[in-house]
Design a binder for this molecule. Structure first.
Ligand SMILES: *Cc1c(COP(=O)(O)O)cnc(C)c1O
Length: 304
């Protein structure tokens, strides 16, 4: 089995008054039109492993708008696996048609198991996994968010030789798998900055388990109140960014990271003349779902 991913290009964005600081965006979002770039990176070696083990089904976990669910469904279709998504929230069972992520996953052939939030919390327990095996037969288990050793190996392929010129590598952080891969393949003079998309004191420790270098830091000031929390200021930033640079950002991860980078440039965090590479990890499939939430709250919508 061949699992080939395109190398993504670095796009320069001209930020006004940036004191010689240069910002480039690595367009990992372009790896697939609908699926997050980093989720494909994380799946690559897991899919090869499932194939090696002779397993024909991938099972994973996620929420209603999960980029990871969309990615597993899409990869399953592309590489000939059955896919099962264990979805948080029983109430979603009747709402598949009004949920863009679940609709897409279903169209890719994903089968769903909707569970209550209480049951979902058991997602790593052996008892629950065995119940799922009784119901669906044997499968290759991909953890929620897709992070494991093989996922990190895939993320170590994001940076290339030509990226060695950058002083800072920035990325959004969910479970910490992507940043771990970036840290592992960074060069000694480079600093890796992670922008957590959620409140989580556990992240520092989780990432430490996967890396052996210390040239990294989490910038915890830009989660906007927590996972998938969003306000008008962030929506406006995302829309203005798109108008200015023709680059769409997602509201859960990359929008918060770019907001943070932009804000830090304004606060003179980066030395003059620094070269920054921001990883666009994708996630654009989640915009439709977020716009439904924004509409209910009578907030401005994200332009698609
Ligand atoms: C999942 C995701 C992340 C976070 O990746 P982790 O490896 O879980 O830290 C960042 N950006 C986007 C767009 C994602 O979908």
């Amino acid at each position: 089995m061949i699992f080939q991913l395109n190398q993504s290009v670095n796009q320069k964005i001209e930020i006004p008054n940036s004191r010689g600081i240069e910002v480039f965006i690595k367009r990992e979002d372009r790896i697939h039109e609908f699926v997050s770039g980093n989720k494909y990176r994380k799946l690559k070696y897991n899919i090869l492993e499932a194939n090696r083990l002779g397993l024909k089904t991938l099972l994973t976990f996620g929420g209603a708008f999960s980029n990871h669910i969309a990615a597993v469904a899409s990869a399953g279709k592309l590489f000939g696996f059955e896919t099962i998504g264990v979805i948080r929230g029983e109430e979603l069972e009747d709402k598949i048609e009004s949920n863009a992520t679940l609709c897409y996953a279903k169209a890719c052939g994903m089968q769903f198991e909707f569970v209550s939030r209480d049951v979902y919390r058991e997602k790593t327990s052996e008892e629950f996994i065995n119940k799922l095996k009784n119901k669906f037969g044997n499968f290759y288990l991909v953890p929620e968010g897709g992070t494991n050793d093989l996922a990190i190996k895939g993320c170590e392929e994001i940076l290339t030789e030509e990226d060695e010129e950058f002083d800072y590598i920035c990325c959004a952080v969910g479970t910490g798998g992507t940043i771990s891969g970036l840290i592992n393949c960074s060069k000694p003079g480079q600093q890796v900055l992670g922008f957590p998309a959620l409140k989580g004191d556990f992240l520092q420790e989780d990432i430490s388990k996967f890396v052996s270098k210390s040239n990294w830091e989490l910038i915890i000031d830009y989660h906007f109140g927590g996972y998938a929390k969003i306000n008008e200021e962030l929506v406006n930033f995302i829309n203005e960014f798109k108008d200015q640079y023709q680059v769409s950002l997602d509201p859960v991860y990359t929008g918060k990271m770019m907001f943070g980078i932009h804000d830090l440039i304004g606060k003179s965090y980066f030395p003059e003349g620094s070269k920054i590479l921001a990883i666009h990890t994708g996630g654009l499939q989640g915009i439709t779902g977020m716009n439904q939430v924004l509409k209910k709250k009578r907030l401005p919508l994200i332009e698609i």
